[in-house]
Ligand binder design. Structure first.
Ligand code: KMH
Ligand code: ZN
Length: 276
């Protein structure tokens, strides 16, 4: 039997608006409900961004604490907070959710153009993010938007700052970053550190297409409104759970069982809850 696939649901993101996707979860209650529904549909991890009630992206620690508590009171899903936040936020602002000690947090491995903006990740800030995650025992998911970012991660491993195995997420198709193509995925996959686990987050239609490729390659998959608001061309998805459910169905067709949160913890070697 093939290894179970970990499906991550990226529920909200920092860029998508309710105008683009009316079902976008914004408040802590909406995010917790969306996390629960995504978990029931097969997500083992939820990637969380917070928003203020008017939809503005926020990295406020109190808001994240409320979201995490509400998610955990509903289901056992692994909570992965964003430290990417939104373009233009300071590193100090972005790091706040790590202090809530979730099981996982993202760590973007370099700077990249991001649409009309620049997603800035200075080396000293990245090191501080890593150190804080290590101190707080929060497992990083290394976000790779371009190939130089994977070279940097390999250098960190060589320097002994990071121990293998690591978990990477290839974020493909952001305008300004690496294309959402099979060639990109295969190229990056060949440079992964030994024993790594990895997932792919394809933007737009590539969410389904590269997700299917990752399933065939033995990788894991991220779906959800942060990266794609459509179910198919011209038809909005009606929930994050719908996108998770479809990927879970494709996985089963390809004979990849869908990992529960506890199976995902064992694949990723996470110590598990409780965290206090
Ligand atoms: N919103 C992007 C600028 C992350 O969550 O860590 C960065 C991002 C990455 O979404
Ligand atoms: Zn994100």
């Amino acid at each position: 039997m093939s290894q179970p696939v970990i499906i991550t649901a990226a529920l909200t993101g920092a860029e998508v608006s309710k105008l683009q996707q009316p079902a976008l979860p914004i408040t802590p209650d909406e995010i917790a409900l969306a996390a629960d529904q995504a978990c029931q549909a097969g997500a083992a991890i939820v990637h969380v961004h917070a928003r203020w009630p008017d939809g503005t992206p926020s990295q406020d620690g109190g808001l994240y604490a409320e979201i995490i508590e509400k998610i955990q009171s509903r289901c056992d899903v692994i909570v992965q907070v964003s430290t990417g936040g939104a373009v233009g936020m300071t590193a100090h602002e972005r790091l706040q959710p790590v202090m809530c000690r979730p099981e996982m947090a993202t760590l973007s491995m370099g700077s990249v153009n991001f649409g009309d903006g620049v997603f800035l990740n200075e080396p000293a800030d990245m090191r501080r993010f890593l150190q804080t995650m290590q101190e707080q025992e929060v497992r990083p998911e290394f976000e790779i938007f371009d190939s130089g970012m994977l070279s940097t991660l390999n250098k960190w491993i060589k320097s002994g700052w990071v121990q293998c195995p690591v978990h990477c997420d290839f974020v493909l198709g952001v305008p300004g970053a690496m294309a959402a193509s099979v060639a990109s995925l295969v190229f990056l996959h060949a440079q992964l550190p030994p024993e790594s686990t990895w997932s792919v987050a394809g933007m737009g239609p590539a969410q389904l297409q590269l997700g299917a490729v990752a399933l065939a390659m033995g990788g894991h998959v991220r779906v959800g409104f942060e990266d794609n608001v459509y179910f198919r061309k011209g038809e909005l998805a009606h929930s994050n759970a719908q996108l998770v459910q479809r990927m879970a169905d494709v996985a089963r067709l390809l004979e990849r069982p869908v990992a529960s949160p506890s199976e995902a913890r064992s694949i990723l070697q996470l110590p598990g809850l409780p965290r206090l």
